[in-house]
Design a protein around this ligand. Sequence first.
Ligand code: 5GP
Length: 197
Amino acid sequence: MSRTPRLFVISGPSGAGKGTLVAVVRNQRPGLGLTVSATTRSPRPGEVDGTSYHFLTESDFADRLARGEFLEWASVHGHRYGTLRSEVDERVAAGRSVILEIDVQGALNVRRVYPDAVLIFIEPPSMEALEQRLRARGTEDESSLALRLSNARHEMELADKYDARVVNDDLDVAAGELSGLLEAFETNGGDSYNGSH
Ligand code: 5GP
């Protein structure tokens, strides 16, 4: 069956497991591109510049913004994050689908620039589960955790603006759903997908 490459935008609250889900799906489909975002936040232990993010200073970020290098950007949890146009253009030119893992403000901005972008929202099974996951991850202090939880509530309210939603309770089940969704949107514009739009 012929596939049309698509721009997929994946959002969901911090701790919903977007990164893990995307990694599982990309393992099955190595041709699927994933953009590396730029951010002004500091690297967490284990994060690698150029792979996890392009870690920029505030002034680098501002310069690139002024030069029009960003496809979209947003302030999230007190730091700036953005997708560089170069990250998307090269893949699209090569005829590959690409995933942007970005926040809800950025996702809605991408849709304005690329009306055909497919927006997929990853939800935790519950707010309690989300808090447990964030605590277990152990990467945030209490104030950052509280900020992420309050942003999560706000993001969940915008989930119905997305084209599709995946609840990440069991990782394998959610990865199967996500993979099926990507395939459905590439092969027939999502018509065979009967999820909760
Ligand atoms: P974290 O600091 O946990 O890596 O990411 C925090 C939030 O920033 C997540 O919701 C993530 O989706 C969002 N984010 C990461 N990269 C980008 C980006 O390039 N643009 C936008 N708008 N949000 C991003």
